[in-house]
Design a protein around this ligand. Structure first.
Ligand code: ADP
Ligand code: MG
Length: 692
């Protein structure tokens, strides 16, 4: 038989064969190495032995004894039943199986055994039905009892006992030839155990401490490899000569001088980070994270002006047309008097204007082009593009993002991504290893906190009164209904019906508008514009207002069916109010009975205004597994690592990955070679041949 290697087909391992191997494939196990990566879901603590005399009914115990008798007989219903009795100095225990006569061969009188399971008492006798057992011989500790025993995810045709044995055998076979990809010096410095020890102890730990050490090492590797892969990608697309910005001109200073407010400290710091990047000579790839309302758009605009005052062009891309127009308007008014030529390109730009605009972009006449992602990426040619800004990027679409940087010739333009949803710092550091990160962790001064309440239909009168009160005081109100795609028609009807009802009933006399995704772009813009101008007092809308819409005069947000939204989405919606100096509120209105868990989630939302904390909470509830769509982008999902918990590992891995990539990006050093191979094996698809 040829030597078994990490990549040997699992089918040819002893005791496996074609049928079992198909079942293992269903668990994602194809090679001998995959078996070792099939980590336990939990461990049963069977490390301490109880005496039979002390074991009480209902206890889950492990006992050690000697087989006294064994035999099989049919039950009254005709099934074969196997029984052995086991004794220790304190008493006798009966072990019972049904339909497993082959078991009896193993038990002779006097055989020493360990038995684990739940004690029952039947006709005055202590027994365990279908116990886990281990025949004790001289070959060291067992696998199934008398220790911390691994419990694996299974599939039909694969049993715990069998899988434990296969994994144990593979460990013995593979361990001698295992190469630890982590350089020994790094392992020592970071106090990580060896890969061999980690794999053995994650499956068959001597004690809880050994298991935790193993978990730490293996989780470290998952994070570390992802960091390396991200780092390589970054060097592939980003670590190229970038347009170098010289000392700033006066556009930005003039803009800042004209603002009716001061930049926050966080805005200044992030702008300094951006400027440092753009002056560094490397192309910038930076993600700006900031809570809703923290003033990301202004940061983006100032970054654009840094570039424009050097005679270069910038684009600002938004995910929706509503947002692109809003940005276009805001930017144009902020730039008034600055002699910057700003143009907005959306799907509803008339053909003639569009042609002129594309020509202006290509001629270099337009300094700042605002528009939707899709349009700008597909149609526009900007010869002097210095900076591409992607606003309100929702998903971490790595591919999408890197496209934003293309479009010009010569040195690569800088790329700035503004995130729509804050994600916890450690997760951002893990997932966005190919981006530099900036955090706007401060809201503009004078913002009033938003009071959030969970209400029911019985509160209708109160809600309508609040809407009226806000409108009478000169403020504005959003009333939002969810639209779920599958039942879009119905939901829309609900929003439309509600709109008619409100307008003619409780809100009679107020200026009420309706906005939803199915409306023609022209009508949508007309409604949005009149809301922005303050002509409409109430906007009944579906979630088109979710992201980015900025009407500082709006102070009340009423969200119907809040249970249909995720926390991040609710936070985005709530973020449409509380943008000015007026106190704002948000009502979550549910017309149905809410499950305890949903209710708890919504109440937590009411009590928390901090987007980063909500994101953390959301992840805690849903698990980080694939929340951010990592897998979708070709990266293996984490098995053991949890960036929310493993903050320390994330920081270490990020630092170490950078150091290695700086010193030896092709993994040529002997102590880096194994790491390069490992990386190629795990991330080959994502890297597409970046490693040699
Ligand atoms: P977001 O981070 O959600 O994209 P915006 O950029 O839309 O936030 O900013 C929210 C509001 O705050 C806008 O009306 C903007 O003009 C205003 N704003 C931005 N920076 C400041 C500041 N430093 N002080 C006061 N208001 C600010
Ligand atoms: Mg914004």
């Amino acid at each position: 038989m040829p030597a078994v290697e990490w990549s040997s087909d699992v089918q040819f391992l002893k005791g496996v064969g074609p049928v079992r191997s198909r079942a293992l494939n269903r668990l994602g196990i194809r090679t001998a190495g995959d078996l070792l990566r099939h980590y336990p879901r939990r461990w049963l603590d069977r490390s301490s032995v109880t005496s039979i005399g002390a074991a009480k009914p209902g206890d889950d115990v492990t006992i050690a004894g000697e087989v006294l008798t064994s035999g099989g007989r049919p039950t009254q219903r005709g099934r074969a039943m196997q029984t052995i009795s086991v004794g220790d100095v304190s008493g006798v225990l009966f072990c019972i199986w049904f339909g497993q006569s082959y078991l009896l061969k193993q038990f002779r009188n006097g055989t020493k055994v360990l038995i684990s399971g739940t004690i029952q008492v039947h006709q005055g006798r202590k027994q365990i039905v279908h116990p886990d057992y281990e025949i004790l011989d001289n070959e060291g500790p067992g696998l199934h009892t008398g220790r911390l025993v691994p419990v694996y995810p299974l599939t039909s045709g694969i049993g715990q006992h069998w899988l434990r044995q296969r994994i144990h055998e593979s460990l013995d076979l593979l361990e001698p030839s295992l190469i630890d990809p982590l350089p020994a010096a790094l392992r020592r410095e970071r106090d990580l155990c060896s890969l061999g020890e980690a794999l053995r102890s994650i499956h068959f730990p001597d004690d809880a401490a050994a298991r935790d050490r193993a978990r730490r090492r293996l989780a470290h590797d998952e994070i570390f490899l992802l960091q390396l892969a991200m780092g390589l990608r970054r060097r592939g697309h980003g670590d190229v000569a970038g347009i170098r910005l010289e000392a700033p001109g006066d556009l930005t200073t003039r803009l800042v001088a004209n603002l009716p407010f001061e930049l926050t400290g966080a805005q200044r710091r992030v702008l300094a980070e951006i400027l440092r990047d753009m002056r560094g000579g490397r192309s910038m790839h930076r993600l700006v994270q900031g809570d809703v309302g923290s003033g990301k758009t202004l940061v983006a605009l100032i970054a654009a002006l840094f570039v424009i005052e050097q005679g270069l062009q910038a684009v600002l891309m938004a995910p929706t047309e509503v947002l692109a127009r809003q940005h276009g308007r805001a930017v144009a008014s902020l730039c008034a008097g600055l002699d910057v030529s700003v143009a907005t390109l959306t799907g509803s730009t008339p053909a003639a204007e569009r042609r002129a605009l594309l020509r202006g972009a290509a001629d270099g006449e337009i300094d700042l082009l605002v528009g939707t992602h899709a349009l700008i990426q597909d149609e526009v040619h900007l010869p002097r593009l210095g900076l591409a800004i992607v606003d309100e990027q929702h998903r971490f679409g790595v591919r999408q993002r890197s496209r934003a940087g293309q479009g010009g010739e010569g040195p690569a333009p800088h790329v700035l991504v503004m995130s729509a949803t804050p994600i916890p710092r450690s997760l951002a550091l893990t997932l966005c290893g190919d981006l530099d990160l900036s955090f706007i962790d401060e809201l503009p001064a004078g913002r009033q906190p938003i009071t959030t309440e969970l209400l029911g239909v019985k509160d209708d009168d109160r809600i309508h009164a609040a809407v009226r009160a806000a409108a009478t005081a000169g403020r504005q109100v959003y009333v939002v209904y969810p639209v779920i795609e599958e039942s879009e028609g119905q939901d829309l009807k609900a929003a439309e019906a509600e709109y008619d009802l409100l307008r003619t009933g409780p809100l009679q006399g107020l200026e009420v508008g309706l906005l939803h995704g199915r409306m023609k772009a022209k009508d949508k813009h007309a409604v949005m514009d009149s809301f922005t101008r303050g002509e409409l007092q109430v906007l009944v809308a579906t979630t088109v207002v979710e992201v980015g819409v900025d009407v500082p005069n709006a102070t009340l947000m009423v969200i119907h069916h809040p249970d249909r939204f995720g926390l991040a989405q609710l936070h985005q919606l709530r973020g449409r109010v509380g943008r000015g100096e007026h106190a704002s509120s948000c009502f979550l209105v549910s017309d149905r009975w809410l499950a305890a868990e949903t209710r708890e989630r919504l109440l937590m939302f009411c009590a928390t205004g901090d987007g980063f904390r909500l994101a953390e909470e959301d992840l805690r509830r849903r698990g980080p597994g694939d929340v951010m769509g990592v897998r979708q982008h070709g990266a293996p999902a984490f098995r053991l690592a949890n960036p929310l918990r493993d903050v320390e590992l994330v920081e270490l891995a990020r630092t170490d990955a950078r150091a290695i990539l700086d010193a030896d990006p092709m993994f040529r050093r002997p102590d880096h070679r194994a790491l390069g191979i490992m990386l190629q094996r795990e991330y080959g698809r994502l890297l597409l041949g970046t490693v040699g």
